[in-house]
Design a protein around this ligand. Structure first.
Ligand SMILES: [Zn+2]
Length: 189
């Protein structure tokens, strides 16, 4: 596995409902396209078990996504995520670059379930996302999240773009270390 085998970076935020990871937003970032699609879990709050309700509340605090999107117009149901990922995999993967890169164990399990070739960035020696966000000074969220000035929310799109930047813009670990060390030295002077 090398960096050049990767056709796109993918990530998702969502909820655990009925023991299953339900995708609420899914980001795909590659040289050819960058996008983040909202999905509609289509669950009614009152139909959820007490355990699922408390899990949804916990996750919403973490990523700032409501259970269902506010505007359902043209937003696919969450159970369409398999077709969605497979269609983009078909579009982006080549013989030379056959892997979606993922750094998210819950989402990786979906890629395994869907038989989509992938590489697990959690098994690679790359910096933690929080570290990359600090180094690149990036904390924005995409428009799918609730607005909050004071809270730090996880965003699948931000995460994919920051990993893409790490791999492509900085051409890998050594250049990243050189650039961030240089920047930190410049800042502290
Ligand atoms: Zn987002």
């Amino acid at each position: 596995m090398t960096d050049t085998n990767i056709c796109a970076f993918v990530d998702a935020q969502g909820f655990y409902i009925n023991g299953k990871f339900v995708v609420r937003e899914c980001a795909i970032v590659s040289e050819k396209l960058q996008l983040c699609q909202e999905f509609n879990p289509n669950f009614k709050w009152n139909d959820l078990s007490d355990a699922d309700k408390s899990n949804v509340k916990y996750c919403t605090k973490y990523h700032g996504l409501t259970l269902n999107p506010k505007d359902l117009y043209l937003i696919p149901n969450s159970n369409k995520i398999e077709d969605y990922l497979k269609s983009f995999y078909t579009l982006l993967a080549t013989d030379e670059k056959p892997y979606f890169a993922v750094k998210n164990d819950q989402f990786k399990q979906l890629l395994i379930d869907f038989n989509i070739p992938h590489c697990d960035l959690n098994k690679r020696n790359i910096p933690a996302i929080k570290q990359l966000e600090r180094d690149f000074r990036t904390t924005w969220i995409c428009s799918h999240h609730m607005l909050s000035r004071n809270r730090y929310f996880k965003c699948a799109y931000r995460k994919c773009l920051i990993i893409w930047k790490y791999f492509c813009y900085f051409s890998g670990e050594s250049q990243y270390l050189k650039e961030t060390t240089l920047k930190n030295e410049t800042t502290s002077n």
